[in-house]
Structure formats: structure tokens, C-alpha cells
Ligand binder design. Structure first.
Ligand SMILES: Nc1ncnc2c1ncn2[C@@H]1O[C@H](COP(=O)(O)OP(=O)(O)O)[C@@H](O)[C@H]1O
Ligand SMILES: [Mg+2]
Length: 447
């Protein structure tokens, strides 16, 4: 649900909705005491009904606020439940009408009376509030138990949307937020990969049209697999997608989720997916290798995930409604039977020399002073680093320069790269720096 953001004027326009409900509540109390609704009130009620119909018409303010179109009954329920947040007198009226109940929320039974439904029409209310209905599915209205006298409550996301406030869903259990907005410009990738990422976004952005309006069968997800060595921009690409949608990105480390709670994995997964279903968020599963390990092929992965029902996980991912990005550092073992079940498989290559030059330009701090003669093309061809390594090396060089009070020069860059390539514990020789090696401090060369 990617609703265009309303401003506060939405709230002003919605006044007739609350006024209509107050008048209806007044009619109920009159009625219960054997009174008659006067002509003036009936005229006013008709005026308000017309005003409300306009607000609920296709393209009207409600559709802008919700990003969804509801049925008349669903609108009635939604408005009645949200009302007390915006018109407190409505909350008092509900309390009085419900025998002085302490909550200001209406029950299904009260709505039945409020909208003057015949006994047989009660079913429409019940189905509007079913767990599979849009009000519950899209987390607009909450109900503790499916009983006629249970109070119906507005979800915090609904109130925020009506008020034009920015609202983001909380992190589902077992996930952690990935912070940091990113744009397409930040991402250095071959053109066809960028194109694939944009196509993946179409699956997220145009679901309403293709599924809702055009009647396509429901495909789940969409689910993409990002495969490539560490530091090639998989998480960055997920951040770009989330930022373009203006949704939060939540990361789940499958390895941790599985090994941390042996035996409880299935329950953890259920909690995670229940909270994330149909929510405006992007989920990223790291170390997704286990899902597509060919039977008997990756022994280690299979052992690690031995206690997990891989098929259960896969089916939960597939039936999840919302974008999922699986990431893996392995490529060789992609199982065709698995990849066919995904909407998109994107390979993240190690950057070539041209891409590395671009990465150096982007990842050196933009306002940092550079020493005369520093040439990114030279840096790019000297050592074949990944984007993640270039980022670290560039930052390390920047701190060396800041510490010495000098512009970033060849010595800082050489040392930054040297520190980076030595991180993985392998014996490095300074000739790996190519022409930059001459700028390394003597003690690095001596070891
Ligand atoms: N293709 C790329 N384009 C731009 N920056 C990149 C790219 N790959 C890596 N980086 C830089 O390295 C950092 C770490 O990369 P990340 O996306 O976490 O890699 P991965 O998830 O593939 O391990 C990024 O935040 C970014 O600064
Ligand atoms: Mg990553």
C-alpha cells in the first residue's frame, strides 16, 4: 500500500464523516428512549450522507489516504472506529450507548444499531471484519476476539495516515532495521542489472493494477534473489528499493534465526511473517543459501539448517505478501527448481576497472581535499577491490589524512587499501598494490 501522502487538509475535509456519526449516535439514543428524530435532523443527515459519499467516491480523499478502495460497509466500519481519535465527543457517545463501558471504541453490536441494519444485514458487518478482509489484513482495524460485543480499535497506522503523519511499521520479531536511505545514483551496477532491479520494483508498485484491476492470479512476494560476493552492493540495492518505496528495510539473518532457537524456528518464522504480512516494508533474508542447497550438495549448509523445515520456510516466503529479497554469496549451487519459484534473480558481479573508478569517485568523502595527482583510474586499475572494500579503504585513507592534517594522497590511499586487503588474514605481499606499493610505509613492507 503505497498511499500518496496526504496533508492536514485531509483531516479538515473529513469533518462530515465524524459529524454524521455523532448525529447517528444521537438518533440511536433518541430511539432507545422512544423519541422521534426531527425533520431538521433528517435533512442534515441526508446532507451529511451526500458529503460523505463524495469523500468515499473513486479518487476521493479516502482513496488518497488509504491507497485502497473499500466497500460502503467497510468505509462505515473504518470511519466509526477511527472517529473517536478525531472527534472525542464521539467516544463519549459510544461509551454512553454501551452502558458506560470504559473504552471509547464501538463494538460490532453498536455499529449494527448505529447504521440501523436489519438482523439479516449483520452478516455484512461480520464479513467486513473477517481476518481475510481488507480492514484486518491491511492492519486498519483491530479486534481482540471475533465477538459482537468486543470493542473495535483503530490501528496506529490508520490514525497516522488519516492525520497525514508519517508512519512506519515496527520491526517484525527476529528482524532488524537497515538504516540509511539510498538512491539509484548511489548504486554502481551494469545497466542490465539496474534494469532488472527496476523491473522488480514494477512488481511492487503495480500490484493493484495487475492483480486487482486486471485480475492476474496472485503470485506471492514478489521475491528476488541477489547473488554475488560480499561487498558487491546487494544490501545497498535493497536499500535503494526500500527508499524508492519510502518503506523501511528489515534484515533477517537466516543463520541466526535458525541456530539461535533450535526447535523454535517454525514458531519464530510464523511470528515474523504474521507481523510482516501485507505491511509497507521490504524484507531482506541474508544467508539464504540453505533454501536452495541442492539435496546432498552443500553438506555444510545442510548440516547447519538440519533442524529447520526448509520447505516450511520456503512456503512461508512464497505466500508472504510483500517484497522479499534473498541474498547469498554463493552462486555455483543455484538450483533451477528453486530459482524458477522466484520473480527475479539478479547477479551482483565484482566491479570491473571502470566500475571501480566510479566507485572510488563516489566513495571518497565528497568534500575531502585530495592531493594533487591522485587519479581514481590509477587506483581502480591498481587493485581489484569490491565496492565494499573500496568504501572501507577510502574511509580509512580519509581518517589517515584527517589525522595527519593533510589532503588525501597516495600514501593514505596505499595504506587504506593495504589495511583492507590484509583483513581476511591471508599473507599479502606489497606488490599486490601495483604502482601504489612504493607509497606504503616501510614498516608495512617489513611486516
Ligand atoms: N555496486 C555498488 N555500488 C555502489 N556502492 C557499492 C556497491 N557495492 C558496494 N558498495 C559500497 O559498499 C558498501 C557495502 O556493500 P553492501 O551493499 O553491504 O554489499 P553486500 O550486501 O553485497 O555484501 C555499500 O554500502 C556501498 O557503500
Ligand atoms: Mg549485505
Amino acid at each position: 500500500m503505497n498511499a500518496p501522502h496526504p496533508d492536514l487538509s485531509a483531516l479538515i475535509q473529513l469533518t462530515p464523516e465524524w459529524e454524521r456519526l455523532q448525529l447517528l449516535a444521537y438518533c440511536v439514543s433518541l430511539n432507545r428512549n422512544g423519541g422521534e428524530v426531527g425533520d431538521t435532523d433528517l435533512v442534515r443527515l441526508r446532507e451529511l450522507q451526500a458529503a460523505v459519499d463524495a469523500l468515499r467516491s473513486p479518487g476521493g480523499i479516502w482513496e488518497q489516504v488509504l491507497g485502497e478502495r473499500l466497500t460502503p460497509v467497510e468505509y462505515d466500519v473504518l470511519v466509526a472506529v477511527a472517529g473517536p481519535e478525531f472527534e472525542p465527543r464521539l467516544g463519549w457517545a459510544y461509551q454512553n450507548l454501551q452502558g458506560g463501558q470504559k473504552d471509547p471504541w464501538p463494538s460490532r453490536a453498536l455499529l449494527h444499531e448505529l447504521f440501523a441494519l436489519e438482523p439479516h444485514q449483520g452478516e455484512s458487518l461480520r464479513s467486513a471484519l473477517a481476518p481475510s478482509g481488507i480492514l484486518r489484513r491491511a492492519r486498519l482495524v483491530a479486534i481482540a476476539r471475533d465477538e459482537a460485543w468486543q470493542p473495535l480499535q483503530p490501528e496506529s497506522g490508520l490514525i497516522a495516515r488519516i492525520a497525514g503523519r508519517r508512519w512506519q511499521p515496527p520491526a517484525p520479531p527476529g528482524s532488524e532495521p537497515v538504516i540509511g536511505a539510498a538512491t539509484w545514483d548511489d548504486l554502481v551496477l551494469p545497466a542490465d542489472r539496474r534494469r532488472m532491479l527496476r523491473e522488480f520494483m514494477l512488481w511492487i508498485e503495480h500490484r493493484h493494477t495487475v492483480e486487482g484491476d486486471w485480475g492476474a492470479s496472485w503470485a506471492g512476494g514478489p521475491v528476488a534473489l541477489f547473488a554475488g560476493p560480499s561487498g558487491t552492493g546487494k544490501t545497498l540495492a535493497a536499500r535503494v528499493i526500500a527508499s524508492v518505496m519510502d518503506w523501511p528495510l528489515f534484515r533477517i539473518d537466516l543463520g541466526r534465526l535458525v541456530s539461535k532457537y533450535v526447535g523454535e524456528t517454525e514458531e519464530n518464522l510464523n511470528r515474523l511473517f504474521d507481523a510482516a504480512h501485507d505491511q509497507p516494508m521490504v524484507l531482506q533474508f541474508d544467508e539464504a543459501d540453505a533454501l536452495f542447497a541442492k539435496r546432498g550438495e552443500i553438506k555444510e549448509a545442510r548440516d547447519r539448517y538440519a533442524n529447520m523445515e526448509v520447505s516450511h520456510l520456503l512456503s512461508r516466503i512464497e505466500s508472504h505478501r510483500g517484497p522479499v529479497i534473498l541474498t547469498t554469496n554463493l552462486r555455483r549451487n543455484l538450483d533451477a527448481a528453486f530459482t524458477r519459484r522466484l520473480q527475479m534473480v539478479v547477479e551482483f558481479p565484482r566491479p570491473d576497472v571502470e566500475a571501480r573508478a566510479t566507485l572510488w569517485t563516489r566513495l571518497l568523502p565528497p568534500r575531502a581535499p585530495l592531493a594533487e595527482g591522485v587519479d581514481v583510474a590509477e587506483l581502480a586499475s591498481a587493485v581489484a577491490l569490491t565496492g565494499g572494500q573500496i568504501r572501507n579503504a577510502a574511509l580509512h585513507a580519509a581518517y589517515l589524512a584527517a589525522g595527519a592534517g593533510v589532503p588525501i594522497g597516495p600514501s593514505e590511499l596505499a595504506l587504506g587499501i593495504w589495511r583492507e586487503i590484509n583483513k581476511d588474514g591471508r599473507e599479502c605481499v606489497c606488490s599486490e598494490l601495483g604502482p601504489l606499493a612504493v607509497h606504503l610505509p616501510q614498516e608495512c613492507i617489513d611486516g
